[in-house]
Design a protein around this ligand. Structure first.
Ligand code: SF4
Length: 326
């Protein structure tokens, strides 16, 4: 059967902002992971890690020529082929929730009409649309949906707008929801509520979710699996609880140690030194080597390939065994 989505050796090259024409930077460099149906996968990394570019590529929002390598196998079919009709995929099979709902919602159309429009495009008979809109807004936790459906986005608070966008994302009955930092712009209590909502919707409807975040606590609460990215590559992946408690990569270990709410059994005495490597300025060999307490000569010379250090646990570190306790 295979997973719902398999990302295999994905490569994304974008134009260098200050470079000459044709001068590109490899922002995603051979990323592989699976999203099994009905599970939540957390894609975690600092800015410049390539996590958002990976998500945008999955929903076909990068220019065609940017994705230069790899496969996105969706239900057994590679989406990175010229004949893919993204309009049939995006919003229907795969939907996305963005960090800033105002950028995604149309300011001059009521929330109810925006959700209704997607339902109509998905083939819902006209007579059922109103009821279905109310139901969707209700499921997304918008209070008094019959009245609120007539509001415009600016009349909603930040938290309500995020709920409206969740309703919008669900309207096309997707099998996979991409959520890019869905709670970062919200205050802490609203964040927790939105995360609980996403989690319960995901479970009730058997949706898969790819949750892009820089926040390890979010992953710890919501994700089944986690993919840790650094400078455009996967550092480590595996079941979320196991990865966070017993990391198999020095970068994950340092990340986890810096978040008090996530207890790792191999806490690092020092916080992560230095600043994150960026794809435009990727160090040789293992991109993490300038910040890694375990780095040695081999790390500077040789890019570590991901290998399975225990069943389901993948690490791209030459010396994973020195970090990992099975
Ligand atoms: Fe550190 Fe070397 Fe492992 Fe990279 S390969 S994480 S530099 S020990």
């Amino acid at each position: 059967d295979g997973p719902l989505l398999r990302v295999e050796g994905l490569v994304v090259d974008l134009p260098r902002p200050d470079g000459a024409a044709g001068d590109t930077v490899r922002v995603v460099d051979g990323v592989s992971f699976d999203v099994p149906a009905g599970t939540t996968v957390g894609l975690i990394g600092e800015s410049g890690s390539g996590k958002t570019m990976t998500a945008l590529s999955v929903i076909g929002l990068l220019p065609d020529h940017a994705t230069t390598g790899g496969e996105l196998v969706w239900r057994g079919k590679n989406l990175l082929r010229p004949d893919t009709d993204w309009r049939r995929v995006r919003g229907h099979q795969i939907s996305m929730i963005f960090q800033d709902p105002l950028a995604a919602l149309n300011p001059s159309i009521t929330i109810g009409r925006q959700v209704g429009e997607i339902l109509r495009r998905a083939g819902r008979p006209r007579a059922e649309v109103r009821h279905a809109v109310i139901d969707l807004l209700d499921r997304a936790g918008v209070p008094d949906p019959e009245r609120r459906m007539n509001s415009y986005p600016h009349e909603f608070s930040g938290g309500l707008r995020q709920r409206a966008m969740i309703a919008l994302a669900l309207a096309g009955s997707p099998s996979l929801l991409l959520a890019d930092e869905p709670t970062t712009a919200l205050d802490v209590t609203v964040q927790a509520r939105i995360l609980r909502l996403l989690r319960s919707i995901q479970r009730e409807q058997g949706l898969a979710m790819l949750l892009v975040t820089h926040d390890l606590r979010v992953v710890a609460h919501v994700a089944d699996e986690v993919v840790v990215m650094y400078a455009g590559r996967v550092a480590e992946r595996g079941p979320a609880g196991a990865v966070l408690r017993r990391p198999a990569h020095p970068y994950t270990r340092a990340l986890a140690a810096s978040v008090p709410a996530v207890r790792t059994k191999t806490a690092l005495a020092d916080p992560l030194p230095g600043s994150p490597a960026t794809p435009a300025n990727r160090p040789s060999g293992c991109a993490f080597h300038p910040r890694c307490p375990l780095a040695r000569d081999r790390c500077k010379a040789e890019v570590p390939q991901a290998r399975e250090v225990a069943p389901g646990r993948w690490s791209a570190c030459h010396f994973a065994e020195e970090v990992f306790t099975p």
